[in-house]
Design a protein. Structure first.
Length: 310
C-alpha cells in the first residue's frame, strides 16, 4: 500500500522489501542474497530497483565483484534492521500466547559496567520459570542506548550516570562507579594511589565520547574539556585498553572496566577528590512494556529493595 500525505507520495516499504534489502546489504552480492531468500535473481533486482525508484535515492553501487552500500544505503540499513527486529518481537509477543508463562523477547541495551550482573541474575531467574523467554543484549554507549530506547527498538537500557534524561523512568541499581584513569603499569601515574587534577594536567587522554560531553568531568579537571590533551576517543572500553597498553595515553573511565587480559599491564587509579556515578535501568516513560520486560523490571526492583533492607 502506498501512503499519500497531501501531494507527497511516500514509499510503500513493506517488511518483505526491507528484508530483501538487508539480505543484499549483508551478503554484498545479489546472487548470494537471492539464494538465501529463495527468490530468483531477476525478481530480487527488480524489487531493489523499485525501492530505489520510490525513495528517489541510489542505495547500492553495483560492481563486477558485488554490491556496496551508498551513504543513503548505510542509513537505511540501520533503520531497516531496527524495524525488522521490532516487527519480529511484536509478532512473537502477539502470536506466542499458548502454553502458559512468559514468552517473547526482551531487548536490552547495556553500557559496559559490572552492574549488568544484577540484570543478568534477574534474567536468569526469570528464564528458569519461563523457558520460552529470549533476552537480546546489545552493548553500546549511553547515547546510542538512549536513541534506541526512544525509538522503541530497546525495551530497557542499563546506563551509567550521573545524568537523568527527560522522558524516561528509572530504577537505580545497587552499584556506584568511581571515575579515574586507566594507565600503563610503567607510567609514573601508576605509582600514585589517587589521581588529582594536577597529576592529570598535560597527560595525553583517551576519553569515551560520552564522557567528553559531561560537564561534571570538565568541572573536576577545573577547565573546559576542550582544553585538555585528548588524543583519542572511544565508545567501548576494550579498544581503549589497547590504546593505553600501546602507550597512546591514559584512559578516562570508571572502575571495573579493565579486561583480565590487560590486568598485568594496565591499572586503574581513581580520581581524588572522588568522582562517582550511579548505574540505573531506564525505559521510556508511560511506555507499555511487554509482560516479559515488565517482569524483568519487577524482578530487579524486588532484588534492589531486598538489598536495601539488609
Amino acid at each position: 500500500m502506498t501512503l499519500i500525505a497531501g501531494s507527497a507520495k511516500l514509499p510503500a516499504m513493506d517488511l518483505r522489501i526491507l528484508r530483501y534489502f538487508l539480505a543484499v546489504a549483508e551478503e554484498g552480492n545479489i546472487t548470494r542474497a537471492a539464494r538465501r531468500l529463495h527468490v530468483s535473481q531477476p525478481a530480487l533486482s527488480t524489487q531493489l530497483a523499485a525501492l530505489e525508484d520510490e525513495l528517489g535515492q541510489k542505495l547500492f553501487v553495483r560492481g563486477p565483484r558485488g554490491t556496496t552500500l551508498t551513504e543513503k544505503g548505510i542509513a537505511l540499513k540501520r533503520r531497516a534492521g531496527d524495524l525488522v527486529d521490532l516487527a519480529g518481537r511484536i509478532e512473537t509477543e502477539i502470536k506466542d500466547k499458548d502454553g502458559g508463562g512468559l514468552s517473547g523477547a526482551v531487548s536490552i541495551g547495556a553500557g559496559e559496567t559490572p552492574a549488568f550482573r544484577f540484570v543478568a541474575r534477574a534474567a536468569h531467574e526469570l528464564h528458569r520459570g519461563n523457558p520460552r523467554l529470549h533476552f537480546s543484549v546489545t552493548s553500546g554507549n549511553g547515547e546510542d542506548i538512549l536513541a534506541h530506547l526512544r525509538e522503541g527498538t530497546f525495551d530497557l537500557g542499563v546506563l551509567v550516570g550521573p545524568g537523568r534524561y527527560e522522558g524516561f523512568d528509572y530504577l537505580t541499581l545497587p552499584c556506584t562507579h568511581r571515575w579515574g584513569l586507566a594507565v600503563r603499569n610503567d607510567s609514573p601515574l601508576a605509582a600514585e594511589k589517587r589521581i588529582s587534577p594536577g597529576d592529570a594536567s598535560g597527560v595525553p587522554l583517551v576519553c569515551s565520547r560520552q564522557a567528553m560531553a559531561k560537564e561534571f568531568l570538565a568541572g573536576w579537571f577545573g577547565c573546559a574539556f576542550g582544553r585538555l590533551n585528548v588524543v583519542a576517543s572511544y565508545n567501548l572500553f576494550y579498544n581503549a585498553a589497547v590504546l593505553v597498553e600501546s602507550g597512546m595515553g591514559a584512559a578516562v573511565c570508571i572502575d571495573g572496566m579493565i579486561p583480565h587480559e590487560f590486568a598485568e599491564r594496565v591499572v586503574f587509579r581513581p580520581f581524588a577528590p572522588a568522582l562517582a556515578s550511579d548505574v540505573y535501568l531506564a525505559w521510556r516513560k508511560n511506555a507499555s512494556l511487554s509482560p516479559a520486560a515488565k517482569a524483568l523490571v519487577d524482578a530487579l526492583r524486588k532484588d534492589v529493595a531486598a538489598r536495601g533492607d539488609r
